[in-house]
Design a protein around this ligand. Sequence first.
Ligand SMILES: Cc1cc2nc3c(=O)[nH]c(=O)nc-3n(C[C@H](O)[C@H](O)[C@H](O)COP(=O)(O)OP(=O)(O)OC[C@H]3O[C@@H](n4cnc5c(N)ncnc54)[C@H](O)[C@@H]3O)c2cc1C
Length: 374
Amino acid sequence: MTSFQPQTPLPPAPGGAPVHRVETVIVGGGQAGLATAHWLADAGRDCLVLEERDRIGSQWHERYDSLRLFTPARVNGLPGLPFPGPPDVFPTGGALGDYLEEYGGTLGGRIRTGVRVLWVNALPAGGFGIVTDAGEYAAENVVVATGSEAVPKVPDVAAELDPGIRQLHSSQYRNAAQLLPGPVLVVGAGTSGADLAIEAVGAGHETWLSGRHPGEIPGNERVRAPLFWFVANHVLTLKNPLGRRARAAMRAAGRAPLVRTRRADLDAAGVHRTQARTVGAVGGKPELDDGTVLDVANVLWCTGYRRDYSFVPTVRLDADGYPIENGGAAAGVPGLFFVGLFFQSAFSSHLVGGVGRDAKAVADQICARSRQPV
Ligand SMILES: Cc1cc2nc3c(=O)[nH]c(=O)nc-3n(C[C@H](O)[C@H](O)[C@H](O)COP(=O)(O)OP(=O)(O)OC[C@H]3O[C@@H](n4cnc5c(N)ncnc54)[C@H](O)[C@@H]3O)c2cc1C
């Protein structure tokens, strides 16, 4: 393979440090970044994944201890490496972390961990300068694969609650041993909220779950997972009007239906479900929008995350905060790509078993635009 030459000379790095030249820099070494690196490596292209965590897969080990995936093992494989174990089992988050680490191992030296990308500069004549906390890179293409969980979102009302109430965002919650004795309010009725509410009840806490039910996949345990997977890949896609409408609605609302857990599971566990939202505080206690004031010892905020693309100043965002892109290619910035966006090309795009398809589409575009022969 001939060595890659950037399209334009780069300004020297501060202090005269060498600029590392790579054809494609991939920012983020989660499932989206790894799958993209797989396809580029498969095509013989030069690429490097920059991952700020010290260990590939560790985001999954950082999530709550009891996390069980809502997708079964049979659909959790990335391109080229099936997920291990019995196909119908719903693996733990930790098992997915281990799998990603193994997958990263198949990419040879194409990953640098412990490197945070601070800035991606689109150069006027094409190509990019990438500033990290461990030196600078020059690349013809940049793939942003930093996921959707950059900044935990907590409503302002959190600041009005009594300081004696233990408050944790779902990203800080590991297990029920972190809870104070007494009742629990879980805010946000999505997948994490449902999981943590069931866990809190199981640990002996009277538990309320506040927030609009996001819908759920119908059917019994045996049909739900295959039905979900079919719909997520083949029905809810940008190729048809139903999928395009679903994407707009889900992105605007910021929620997706429950897959493994159902309302009936919450009721059977004894969770007090309420569609009322937690909107205020009365005497330091959380107040719901139906006027109910709850005297709880703990509040678990399962209220999601914000994406953050501030390190790529040229990216244009739509009204819902998503990069404007077509097939992963950023609007108006040749050579800049995204992989792993929620509902990028289909509902399965942000899922471990669905991201490979979008990663391939982006890798193909990179191969087509790269001028270097393989
Ligand atoms: C609680 C929870 C449960 C889920 N359960 C399932 C499930 O059952 N099945 C399923 O298929 N999906 C599930 N998902 C959805 C999806 O698989 C995950 O969100 C997944 O982590 C997304 O992968 P990603 O590669 O897009 O992003 P991430 O896994 O977030 O990876 C992005 C990487 O980029 C790195 N990074 C970010 N910024 C920078 C920077 N500036 N410089 C360098 N590195 C950077 C981060 O450290 C991170 O490692 C779940 C998500 C959550 C939150």
